[in-house]
Design a binder for this molecule. Structure first.
Ligand SMILES: [Zn+2]
Length: 205
């Protein structure tokens, strides 16, 4: 018997995976143990996740640092074979707030070019490593041709437009800039497995 339209409930969930692997460990010069911990992702975590997604017929988005993309081509091929989207996630998982604008522009372009080389088309999505952005990062990402960012936290499940040029001052207060064409797919620390499951050597979590 057909279900009445109002009874058919539909829940849409976006599953996204940040495939950091050893990219930030290489940048920091991490110890062998920390590097092995990060290598677990590409050896064990990613294949299991891909298997699970395939078993359920689910497509997802993988934000892959350029270093992971080119260092582990079998992993990149497995993601693509599963029909998943690949977005950018820095090269060595850089903290954009620590980069000069020229360095950041070059890093963003290097990432986009590498993804285009692997997938055949420019990536549409950017997720900032550490969910950390510099003041000009979103302009750089939009200028590089990205359609969406996934690093901001001003909403939960609704997409919204990124504003450029917000100005905040303790003297003059806050003035918000105009919306751009860059779409935001918002994130939340509470929905990320990292803070729940990863110990922090520096304390705090
Ligand atoms: Zn990451």
């Amino acid at each position: 018997m057909a279900t009445k339209r109002a009874d058919r409930r539909r829940l849409t969930v976006a599953l996204t995976f940040d495939h950091d692997s050893i990219s930030d460990g290489v940048r920091r010069g991490d110890s062998p143990v920390k590097m092995s911990h990060a290598e677990f992702g590409v050896r064990v975590g990613a294949p299991r996740i891909l298997e699970l997604l395939a078993a359920h017929g689910i497509v997802s988005t993988w934000f892959v640092p350029g270093h992971t993309l080119v260092t582990f081509p079998e992993s990149t091929a497995a993601i693509l074979a599963g029909g998943h989207e690949i977005g950018c996630h820095g090269w060595f998982h850089e903290d954009a707030a620590q980069l000069a604008a020229g360095e950041e522009r070059a890093m963003v372009e290097r990432c986009a070019t590498a993804v285009a080389g692997a997938t055949g088309e420019r990536p549409r999505g950017w997720r900032a490593p550490y969910w950390s952005l510099g003041r000009g990062s979103l302009e750089i990402i939009e200028a590089a041709g990205f359609a969406y960012d996934s690093s901001l936290m001003a909403d939960d499940y609704r997409l919204y437009r990124v504003r450029h040029g917000d100005r905040h001052s303790v003297k003059k207060g806050s003035r918000f800039g105009p919306e751009s064409s860059l779409v935001e797919a918002p994130v939340s620390w509470a929905l990320d497995d990292w803070p729940h499951f990863e110990p922090s050597a520096s304390g705090g979590s």
